[in-house]
Design a protein around this ligand. Structure first.
Ligand SMILES: [Zn+2]
Length: 117
């Protein structure tokens, strides 16, 4: 019986330990990315560059010189944040709406160019 309890307790303990660590890591990385995010928001004015929309939940980093869908990335992606902080002149904050509109316009523009050629 003692063994059984030990056998039951061990995995539970390990699970708890694992989860505690996971949560610690998760909270730490969330805190870190939150800090980064705040840094980005401050650097880029905290609102949409086109319409001034300031709800950070819908703000995204956008590559100013375009490059299509690949360049419009969610603000919480570490790689994009780092690049944006290193080359602030190449990025701007856009809200999700303006981002989609820009993407659409870019695609339309490209289509039109292709048609002209
Ligand atoms: Zn906007």
């Amino acid at each position: 019986m003692g063994l059984q309890i030990g056998g039951v307790e061990k995995p539970v303990y390990m699970k708890t330990y694992h989860w505690a660590n996971m949560n610690k890591w998760r909270i730490a990385s969330r805190k870190y990315s939150f800090k980064r995010r705040q840094q980005i928001l401050e650097k880029f004015g905290g609102k949409c560059n086109k319409c001034g929309f300031s709800d950070v939940r819908a703000l995204q980093l956008d590559h100013v010189n375009g490059g299509g869908t690949k360049e419009s990335c969610a603000i919480y992606r570490t790689g994009v944040q780092r690049r944006a902080l290193e080359n602030p002149s190449e990025y701007q904050l856009l809200c999700a709406n303006c981002n989609i509109v820009k993407r659409y316009e870019n695609n339309e523009h490209r289509k039109r160019l292709q048609m002209e050629v």
